[in-house]
Ligand binder design. Structure first.
Ligand code: ADP
Ligand code: ZN
Length: 763
């Protein structure tokens, strides 16, 4: 028997070694001894041979954890031209591993749940993959008498011969077709250990390619503005320091943050072959930012992976492996991209850091932005949080010196910020004696823009036709059976819909209570707004964007592209159109109903309203022509509206911080929301009370308990919902206590519950 060209260190248990091994194909002759200590390499392997090296450990969750420092000292990327690493198992990097462990403790979720969610399922199930490729196992590993095989099993021999002539793996389906083979042939050779099947990715034309082409905006290298130049310099300086360094990039809308990001990423990549991760709240809603980044960075010869929820399992796996192998050094994606296995990460960017959609509202309930900061800390690198309207938490972190701040106060080319005017809808009402949707001022402005062939965006944070249906005779209100909210009337389909549970029912013609025909829709949503705008401007091309019209996957991008090309005059819709869009010909933006009540019962109401107003206003006047913003409201004096008019962050911060301090809300304490649900109201109340009495004995003064109280939507999908709040400075220990005590507590089997750390969604 010929000696194998290599052997394993401590090869006691083949199966165990295999599990812990990553397979490596030797590409080139290795003449000098390796600079790296590679366990398993006792001898110098020959080109073409396959070796397995124990790189990392397989955890019980089926993932390959990164090798610990003591285990190995082997930067795969540095050996790229010598070894081709074939990952038989999913791989995560050490920082992701640490981050996931931290996350499991902090967000009160099991590590299983974390891996379950963060690793693409195709990666987790890699071994059972359907697309299978065959390669010959080491030529010298085992010796069979080939002449015997030739005689006894000619088909097997045929296959072996063909495979041995190939330098690259070939797919099974191809072989079956070419040689007219049966599956049994493969099985037999596999059992003999002569061939091995392995998953191999196929090139796919993905969403991102399509995105890149369709929306590709011609890009040139701008001359940076003075502010941009200073920002880039400041950031590059931080990147070079190689320390944990969170920076808030607070730049007004249109200040050219994207350009700053591009330069920072370039710098990070240039230095010692680093990689960079860029998060956006939702890829579909930020097509411009994504395609700008993609085309700018790809023109430098970098491969950019766009990571988002529309990826198919296969695309996800391909991208994951590309990142793991170091073929792609830039990832742009939504929150779950924070888990992608980029090696040698040098820069993390979170765009629109204030966006609540960074929080995942299902288990594991993590916050993408906060995890980004954690990952940056593990890597000791720079993390940029960018926004035109930073979250109060981040502004506060700047104030107390935890974050650095870089400001961009001017729009590029010194374009003016739009003029903002506020229309008091109560005065309109008194004038017209009826509920108006468009004020006279707004009507005039819309007509004016249409005549000048300029474009407008109207914003209304409510879809449907009317907000509720009531009976003028008896006061009946159409309520959802399953949820404690009024149903919304959708006229086109003539349906009443529950926006929380999705429940639908035909709209009645007469009142189900008293039989009166006097039932009416009250309030208004985007459907009605669309109708009214079409009455005012019958010839205008109007498109409505909300969750009802955007059911089709690619429609959003088409509509935006048409709007950009001037094929539409007016875009109207919900907050989907509030952010990240840059249309040079838009000179009018209006907020139809800018009232705080949109966010009632949420301590972030002021903050959200303020941010929304500033963001929406920022869509106006992004081109040569200056912009105008009209805010319609019946509470013109309300502080967020006043702050927004002046875009005054200092004042906002000051006033809001005092309120938060007074009530101990974040950022002064962390807020953990414990939601207890059950179909039986009695049970929910009973167990919530009993739980409170039990748990409160276990906390010291660092944790304050409030509740139980009914959630603001008390009934949802037929379940009653009660909540308990924990205000704490020590999240991890509080979460642990809740878990431990809960394990010994006798809950009713019908009770469901969730723990939401740093809760954002308070309905
Ligand atoms: P922000 O994200 O800060 O709102 P963007 O990055 O979208 O702003 O930039 C606004 C617009 O200004 C974009 O159309 C961008 O191409 C352009 N821009 C950015 N930097 C420059 C520059 N230095 N010179 C000229 N135009 C620029
Ligand atoms: Zn009635």
């Amino acid at each position: 028997m010929t000696e194998p060209a290599f052997s394993f260190a401590d090869e006691t248990n083949e199966a165990e070694t295999l599990q812990r091994a990553v397979e490596v194909r030797v590409l080139n002759r290795i003449s000098k001894p390796l600079h790296y200590r590679v366990p398993g390499f006792l001898d110098i392997p020959k080109p073409g041979s396959l070796v397995k090296i124990p790189l990392g450990r397989r955890t019980e969750h089926g993932i390959v954890a990164p090798p610990s420092k003591s285990e190995i000292d082997f930067p795969v990327s540095k050996l790229k031209n010598i070894l081709e690493v074939i990952y038989p198992y999913p791989v995560i990097t050490e920082d992701v591993f640490n981050m996931a462990t931290w996350m499991a403790n902090y967000y009160a979720c099991s590590a299983e749940a974390v891996y379950e969610r963060i690793l693409p399922s195709a990666i987790r199930k890699g071994a059972q993959e359907k697309t299978i490729t065959f390669i010959i196992l080491t030529e010298k590993g085992r010796v069979f008498d080939l002449s015997k095989i030739e005689k006894k099993a000619p088909k097997q021999f045929q296959l072996l011969r063909l495979l041995s002539q190939q330098s690259d793996p070939i797919s099974k389906s191809h072989l079956i077709r070419a040689l007219n083979l049966s599956h049994a042939v493969f099985k037999a050779l596999k059992e003999k250990g002569l061939i091995e099947e392995r998953l191999q990715s196929q090139e796919r034309i993905g969403y991102e390619d399509e995105l890149g082409k369709r929306d590709a905006i011609t890009v040139k290298d701008f001359d940076l503005t003075e502010e941009q130049g200073e920002a880039v310099e400041g950031i590059c300086h931080e990147i070079d320091k190689a320390q944990f360094s969170p920076i808030l990039l607070h730049g007004v809308t249109g200040s050219g943050k994207t350009e700053v990001y591009v330069r920072a990423i370039r710098h990070a990549l240039g230095k010692s072959g680093g990689s960079a991760l860029f998060l956006v709240p939702e890829v579909a809603l930020a097509p411009q930012t994504v395609s700008t980044l993609k085309s700018r960075l790809e023109s430098l010869g970098e491969d950019v992976v766009v990571w988002h929820s529309h990826l198919s399992d296969g695309e996800r796996r391909d991208s994951w492996l590309k990142i793991a192998r170091g073929e792609s050094r830039i990832v742009v994606g939504a929150r779950s991209a924070i888990f992608t296995p980029l090696q040698n990460l040098k820069l993390l960017i979170v765009d629109e850091e204030h966006e609540p959609s960074y929080k995942q509202e299902e288990t594991p309930r993590y916050h993408g932005r906060d995890l980004a900061v954690v990952r940056a800390r593990y890597n000791e690198i720079c993390c940029i949080l960018g926004s035109a309207t930073p979250s109060l938490e981040s502004l506060y972190n700047v104030k107390v010196g935890k974050y650095k701040q870089i400001r961009l106060t001017k729009r590029v080319d010194n374009r003016e910020l739009p003029r903002v005017s506020i229309v008091d809808m109560r005065i309109e009402y008194r004038k017209n004696k009826k509920e108006g949707i468009l004020s006279q001022k707004l009507k005039d402005a819309l007509i004016d823009r249409f005549q000048k062939r300029e474009q407008s965006i109207l914003f209304l944070n409510r879809r449907g036709f009317s907000t509720q249906m009531i009976c003028k005779a008896c006061g009946w209100v159409a309520m959802s059976d399953q949820c404690s909210v009024p149903l919304t009337y959708h006229r086109r389909a003539n349906l009443l819909k529950c926006h929380l549970s999705g429940y639908e029912t035909p709209a009645p013609r007469i009142c189900p209570e008293c039989g009166s025909t006097g039932i009416r829709g009250e309030g208004f949503g985007t459907q009605k707004l669309e109708e009214i705008v079409s009455q005012v401007l019958p010839r205008a091309r109007v498109f409505r964007i909300d969750a009802d019209t955007m059911q089709k996957k690619n429609l959003f991008r088409h509509v935006l592209s048409d709007f950009r090309k001037g094929k539409l005059d007016i875009l109207l819709g919900t907050q989907m159109i509030a952010k990240g869009l840059d249309f040079p010909n838009v000179t009018l933006v209006a907020l139809i109903n800018a009232d705080q009540s949109l966010y009632m019962e949420d301590f972030r109401a002021t903050e959200r309203t303020f941010q929304l107003l500033v963001q929406v206003a920022g869509r106006a006047g992004r081109g040569e022509k200056s912009g105008e913003v009209i805010i319609q409201t019946s509470t013109p004096h309300a502080s967020p509206i006043q702050f927004a008019k002046r875009s005054d962050f200092e004042e906002f911060l000051e006033e809001e911080i005092e309120l938060r301090r007074e009530f101990n809300y974040p950022p002064f304490r962390h807020l953990i929301r414990h939601l207890i649900r059950c179909r039986s109201l009695e049970k929910v109340v009973f167990f919530a009370e009993k739980w409170r009495n039990t748990i409160e004995k276990h906390f010291d003064e660092s944790t304050e308990i409030r509740g139980p109280i009914p959630a603001s939507v008390e009934k949802l999908d037929g379940e009653y919902r009660y909540q308990i709040w924990y205000f704490t400075t020590k999240v991890i220990s509080t979460v642990k206590t809740i878990h431990n005590v809960s394990a010994d507590f006798t809950w009713d089997s019908q009770i469901k519950q969730s723990i939401d750390v740093d809760a954002m969604n308070l309905i």
